[in-house]
Design a protein around this ligand. Structure first.
Ligand code: NDP
Length: 481
């Protein structure tokens, strides 16, 4: 059994209260390590360490900050296999997915911001011969970074990297459900020579550690990724304290399939956009809208292929789906299948727990599930399920499908399949979403703005957007005469 430790002031230490939480391996449904059950005392220690480190880190030359971050990136790459196995064990996802996506992306996050900071420049505004303005962009101080369990290291580093690249110090909390790779990262930060106090990682529950970060008066900005309800709670606490907030929240993304699409490419990608990471990606397209003329063809082909997707041991090469993250999450997802039936839906495949054999018998596995026959505005089609469950709905016109697509409280991502270029542009501009993928999914350029509208969040991450968020602009106006 591994005892995970907090990373505070450059050291791996026990939580002040000396208590621990069980950490489950969801693929076997058993406890395999212990997580510090930290509280506001640990957050206080972390904040003090960050405040102490800030004066020096904030004036450390960009080249030096960049050099250390590149070292961290290299070390993640060097430890790719170990990290991929750890991520899979903690989260239930296939090792192949962690190896291909999660861990390389965590290394890329450090690499990207280590180099982005070298190219980050501020503006200057000339008032002809009267005056010149220039904008200074300075780090804010101590940044609070709170991340979820679905893409643990990937999303954790997506916040930390721009925060420290721009000269802030960080108090970070990974999800208590998946803390392992954040712990392994703290070991690599020590090895890379990151000065003590620049990054502090406090493990524990959201309502204790997350809440203590949110309310701390010396943490003036909070970057949060997680559920919309938690985001609202964070905003409620932080807004009257005038904190800077970046909120990346839930989604209920439409996947709109027009009859003129490239059918083969669309089917292949739609399997992925529906069920990658057991459907536990905020960007998954869980509401699939299909133009009526190809509805039956799509349904037959899609369901046939979904039935062939293997749910199994996450370490097996041919497992397409591993376990969902926890027992309570499995129960929540399955309760939505019951709700869908009550709402008049027909389950075309899946809809049940999968019982594996041997040591995996107690794991949390769900068969990929396809449901049809539901109204666009029923609860199943409006609420985020965040599991391997998609619904199929036919449509007749572009206007109708845009109305369906835009009908939820969310507005994170959208997927559109069409070979008609004019329609692609038109639909993209009319979708209420922060991200629109045309004829693809999850194709990411780290320079682009990332985030959602409506209940999917406030603010944008990615590229210089994140560097803007983690710095405070100050305009200096110099009169010339
Ligand atoms: P939660 O909102 O439950 O938790 C997210 C993080 O916040 C966790 O670290 C959690 O800790 C912590 N937390 C919980 N309560 C509080 C609180 N009161 N104050 C401060 N922090 C708190 O989300 P999940 O972990 O369940 O993640 C799934 C959600 O994340 C989905 O809704 C998904 O759509 C969304 N998401 C959004 C993304 C985006 O980019 N827009 C990307 C990925 C996921 P603990 O784990 O201990 O509860």
């Amino acid at each position: 059994m591994i005892n995970i430790k907090n990373y505070i002031n450059g050291e791996l230490i026990e939580p002040v209260g000396q208590t621990y939480i069980d950490n489950y391996n969801p693929s076997i449904g058993k406890v395999y390590s212990y997580i510090p059950d930290s509280d506001e005392r640990d957050v206080e220690l972390a904040t003090e360490a960050a405040l102490k480190a800030f004066p020096s880190w904030s004036v450390t030359p960009k080249d030096e900050r960049s050099r250390i971050m590149l070292k961290i990136s290299e070390l993640i790459e060097k430890n790719l296999e170990r990290f991929a196995i750890a991520e899979s064990m903690d989260n239930g996802k296939p090792v192949s997915l962690a190896r291909m996506v999660d861990i390389p992306r965590a290394a890329a996050n450090f690499h990207f911001y280590a180099t982005a900071i070298l190219h980050y420049a501020s503006e200057s505004h000339s008032m002809e011969d009267t005056a010149i303005n220039y904008t200074l962009r300075t780090p804010v101080g101590v940044a609070g970074c709170i991340s979820p369990w679905n893409l643990p290291l990937y999303l954790f580093t997506w916040k930390i990297a721009p925060a420290i690249a721009s000269g802030n110090c960080v108090v970070a909390k990974p999800s208590e459900v998946t803390p392992m790779t954040a712990y392994l990262l703290s070991e690599l930060c020590i090895e890379a020579g990151l000065p003590k106090g620049v990054l502090n990682i406090v493990h524990g529950y959201g309502h204790k550690v997350g809440a203590a970060i949110t309310v701390h008066p010396k943490i003036p900005l909070v970057s949060f990724t997680g559920g919309t309800k938690t985001g609202a709670e964070i905003a409620r606490v932080a807004a009257p304290m005038f904190k800077k907030l970046s909120l990346e929240l839930g989604g209920k993304n439409p996947n709109i399939i027009f009859a003129d699409c490239d059918f083969d490419k669309m089917i292949k990608t739609t399997l992925n956009s529906s069920f990658a990471n057991q459907g536990q990606i905020c960007l998954c397209g869980s509401r699939i809208f299909i133009e009526r003329s190809i509805y039956e063809k799509f349904k037959t082909e899609f369901v046939t292929r979904v039935k062939q997707m293997k749910v199994g041991n996450p370490a097996d090469k041919d497992s397409k789906l591993g376990a969902v993250v926890s027992k309570s999450h499995m129960e929540k997802v399955l309760s939505y299948v019951d709700l869908a039936k009550q709402e008049g839906g027909t389950v075309l495949c899946g809809g049940h727990q999968v019982k594996l054999e041997g040591e995996f018998a107690e794991g949390y596995y769900i068969a990929p599930t396809v449901i049809e026959g539901l109204n666009y505005n029923c609860r199943t089609n409006q609420e985020e399920i965040f599991g391997p469950v998609v619904t199929l709905t036919p449509f007749d016109t572009e206007e109708e499908v845009l109305m369906y697509a835009n009908s939820t409280q969310y507005g994170l991502a959208s997927i559109v399949w069409t070979e008609n270029l004019t329609r692609a542009h038109r639909v993209a501009s009319n979708l209420h979403a922060g991200i629109v993928w045309i004829n693809c999914w999850l194709l990411r350029d780290l320079r682009t703005p990332f985030g959602g509208v409506k209940g999917s969040g406030v603010g944008r991450e990615g590229g210089f957007e994140a560097l803007h968020f983690f710095t405070e602009p100050k305009n200096v106006c110099i009169k010339l005469k």
